[in-house]
Ligand binder design. Sequence first.
Ligand SMILES: *Cc1c(COP(=O)(O)O)cnc(C)c1O
Length: 372
Amino acid sequence: MTAPDAALGAAIGALASPASAWIYDPSVLAERLARLREALAGHTVLYAMKACANPGMLARAVAEADGIECASGGELEAAAAAGAARLAFSGPAKTAADLAAAAARGAWVHAESLRDLDGLAAAGHTGPVALRVNRGGALPGTHQMTGAPTPFGFDEGAVPAALERALALGLDVAGFHLHAVSNCLDAAAYARHVHGSLAWSHTAARGFTLRYVNVGGGLGADPRGPVIDVGALAEALGRPDTRGAELVFEPGRFLAAPAGWYVAEVLDLKSVRGQAFALVRGGTHHFRLPAAWGYAHPFTVAPGPREEAVWEDVEVRVCGELCTPRDVLNGGQRVASIAVGDRLVFANAGAYGWEISHDRFLGHPGPRQVLI
Ligand SMILES: *Cc1c(COP(=O)(O)O)cnc(C)c1O
């Protein structure tokens, strides 16, 4: 477990049995944000709320970031209701209703296609618009949005025509949006992305004054532990060549990952064909990330009352309550001891944990949502 050990331990201990919960500590998000703001001093940091939209986490991000990056009409509503000073809106397949909501809220809209541009004009959007562009090579990370065929943004070659259309429609073109990757752990590569994005934007800005370059999110915080070195990133960034344009970062994962824990109680222990299994109240329908990525999420054991047999020095596979062999949170981790009633604690789970899960499957009761 990490920093807030005592508060976390108390929150875990306070859960009714059989425990099944997401626990968030917004102060951990705030600490990460402060560290990042220091490293990126002078530049703008938005929080990409899709990483973790828990209301307590969102409220803290609203209070301490420069604004909220939204990826749907629903997120726009939630961020506005939470009092976000500034809204940015990205995402493929925007509907007319989404664009109308963005127009009503004066959001910074990242247009992904000609259809978005036409829709913005039809919605009477007078706020700033940036063209999202798929440029440059692929960055190291777990999800590549650019440098390969993806549904996101304009092709680099389509930018002149898109600019022409946006300007002819009377939209307020502010610049470009160049979100490229998720979970990039390589600070030097990320800095090259920023420098490359700025250089490209200066040459691509034709017919309008470049005042906004958004390099997206993607700062790495791997659920297995490694984190991008923001000090090294600051050093490699130096003084980027913005020429007066606002340089915007919009991380989600980096801020949310360490601020969330998934907790699931062991309901049963058994051995089948030589493999020890710990079966928990919960599973991948609450915490889909390990199944989605195909890795074993590390956990610690918070001992329960231990009224049944204690298994010692054993490698357990942690599975959930779903009737599918894919409901695996950890394919095998050695533990000193484990018993029915213990609570397994999965740290570094705050980003894309609960948010991407499919809890409706099988109709089990949902996990509690706890704030510390
Ligand atoms: C998801 C997303 C982000 C945040 O990405 P992280 O990898 O969580 O930092 C930022 N911008 C856009 C457009 C996104 O879709």
